[in-house]
Each structure stands twice: as structure tokens, then as C-alpha cells.
Design a protein around this ligand. Sequence first.
Ligand code: SF4
Length: 458
Amino acid sequence: MPPDARIATGLIRRHAVPGPRYTSYPAATCFTDAYTPADALDDLRADRAENPGAPVSLYVHLPFCRSLCWYCGCNTIVSRDPADADRYLDDIGREIALVAGEAGARKFGQLHLGGGTPTFLDAGRLRRLAGLVRARFDAEAGAEISVEVDPRHLVAEQAGALAEAGFNRASLGVQDTAPAVQKAIHREQPHALNLAAAALLRAAGIRALNVDLIYGLPGQTPAGFARTLEDALELSPSRLSLFGYAHVPWLRPAQKLLERAGLPPPEARLELFALAHERLLAAGYVDIGLDHFARPDDELALARANGTLHRNFQGYSTRAGASLIGLGVTAISSTRTSHRQNFRDWARHRAALDAGRLPVERGLRLTAEDLRRREIIMRVMCDRRLDFAALSAAIGGDFERDYARELAGLADLEADGIVKTGGGTLEVTERGLPLLRVVAMRFDARHKPGPNRHAMTV
Ligand code: SF4
């Protein structure tokens, strides 16, 4: 990592504020219940008319976990009862039938099982879920079919069932391999389990592995995290996610338990990020953006190189423009001009399906101005660069004139070397990389600063 990227603590203190991760624009905190299931139905039908037969991205949320990790920010249901999974799959089957009936005959270019813990489902239930999806949606040739795996509970039968169902990528939740950190976050997972899970998946034929790590957890030290990085590299992942721990105790009260153990301050978080950035680049990985790294021959790295990288609710993606259909509690769906989110509460999700309604809790229709700002923010997050002429063509206007106020508002970031402008471009510098979300926020007209909305950007 160039020394520049070791950004001064003073700059972080000055510029880092709470803000969205921009997996969408507007962010999910802007969704409201003024958006109804009837709106969702209209938007699904409009999407079908606008993109007849175009492939979609599918996301299925499986909320169950056997125990709660205290850092977790996901929507989870703690359960040890496999019958919960059966009831949930009944609901997913009904939701798929309802949505597919409106979306029309569409293939999927991407299918992702997230959670929660998708591997809470045993081999038979994983097969059943794959069958429910495949009964209504065919895979496009070359589709990316991926699943989040908890290495603590993966057995050969599950890996085999996933491979049989066409899964070709798996994300291993590793987070940190230091026993003291694992104890502090209530997730004890010896590295031997990570190695065993990777071996099972590869033996079954799922060769593309992602490893998820988190920095900013209690008890993490540079020496300990350096060991975690070596352990992660031992798994030979094609992609690595390096998430900054998002502390949102007003949404996830269990996170308060981490405060007792002592959360690292921003400068310590940044030191861990810089250490990881340096090590991963030295190991030959390409820095994709905010928190993703990939081998140079991986699709994401190729998309980053040729300017076709995209960002959606699952993070960085190569599937620009595909409508997203989210299934299950809390899942988010998007069309070109709308976002909607399912009920976060399982009973309400189920009640809507009982009534034959889409289980939509809230959402948002995007205005023409939202669409322009989404493009600008997408380019900041994916390219770390704005080409004013290209952007003007993309949004249909004169970017420099129409967003002169926002550009002038970047003066403080430019003075501190976070961005540089000139020659009809704006670039986020190496030094500014940890503040990428802060740069994007300057183009966000919907963001309302205030307590208890977002985690810190750094
Ligand atoms: S981190 Fe993963 S396994 Fe742990 S509680 Fe959250 S979703 Fe479940």
C-alpha cells in the first residue's frame, strides 16, 4: 500500500461521519411504508414490460442461526429446530410462485443464498430450496450461483447437495481466527474448521471461494490480525471481503456486549485496514473498492479493470442493470426505478402470503433526480473516479454545471488530499480510499445526518 494510504488520524477525525454503505441509492434508511404491496405489484409488472425476458438477480434470505454472534448486523432468528426451516421453505415456495407469476418467464444470471445461515438447512432442505427456485426460474448460461457458508456447521452431504444444485461459489464466514477475539464476539471457530469447510466444498466441485473477514472487533491487534490474514490466504480464496465492523446497537442490542470488551478507536481500525490492504496486495489480490479484494483473473477484478463494476445489495457485482428479486424475510428487491423490502418479522411475512399479497413492508420509488445521483454515487463507489463528460452523457445534462454546488462542497476534501480534480475528472486518491463513502455522501441529497441511522464510515 502506498504510504499515502495510511491516512492521518487527524483527517479521519475531521471527515469520518456516520453514513450509508451505498449498496443502493437511495439507502434503505430512506424506504417508507408509504410504498405498499400494490405499488410493488405495479413495479414488478412495469419491470416485466420494460425488460421482457431479461435475466434477473435472485436473492434468498435464510434467517436461521444456531446461536447469535454478538457483532452480527443481519436479520436472524436463533433456532435449533429444523422444523422451522420446513415452515420457512413452505413460505418461500409461496412467495416464489407469487413473484414469478408477475415477473414472467425470466432466467437468473445470479442467485445468492444469504442470511442468517443458509447452511442451517441440511442437505435435503438445500435440495428442496434449489428445486423451489428452479421450478420457476432457469439459470442463464454462466450464472453465478453462490451461498454463504458457516464453516462451524458444514458437512460433506451439504456441500454435495449444493454442488449438485449448481452452486459454483461459496463465501466462508471467517471474521478473525484469534481465539481471544472469537471469545469476545461469541463465535468460537478454530481455523481447522475453515480449512475443513474449504476442503469439503472444493472436493464437491465448488472451487470459487470467498472469505469474509471483519476488522474493528474487540481484542483485535495488528499482530493477531496479521495471523488472521495468513490463515485467510491459506484458504486460497478468489475473493476476500474485509468489512469494517458496523456498530449499530440501536438496531442490534446484542452489539452492546462488545462495548464491554472495548471497541477499537478509528485510528486502530484504520491501522488494521491498512495492514490488510498491504498484505492482500502483496499476495497478488486486486483492490476492488470499499471492502472487496479479488484475484486478478476473477470476474470482479476484470469488471473493475474495464469499468463495468456495479454495486447492489450484496456488495460489488458484475451484473449491472439486472433487476433484483429478493425472497424471504427482510429481503430487498429492486427494479430500475424502485426498491422494496420484505417484512422483517416472519409472522407478518407469513400473514401477507396467507392473504395472497406480496410480503412488502416498505420501499421507495426513485425520482429522475434520484436516478442521476445514483449514477454519480455508483461511479464514485465502483470507479473511484468521475469523468465529467462521460457522466454528463450518462445522466443527460451537464454534470459540472448541474452539480456545481456539490463539486464546490468538496473543497475541504481536496485541500486534505482525499480527492483531486482537474482535466474534467474527479479522483479519489489512494490516501482518500478509506473515506470513499464520505466522498459519495457529498452527492447524496437524501441523507439526513443524525444519531442512530448509520454506522461510522471509518
Ligand atoms: S454472523 Fe452469521 S452466523 Fe453469526 S449470528 Fe449473524 S448471520 Fe448468524
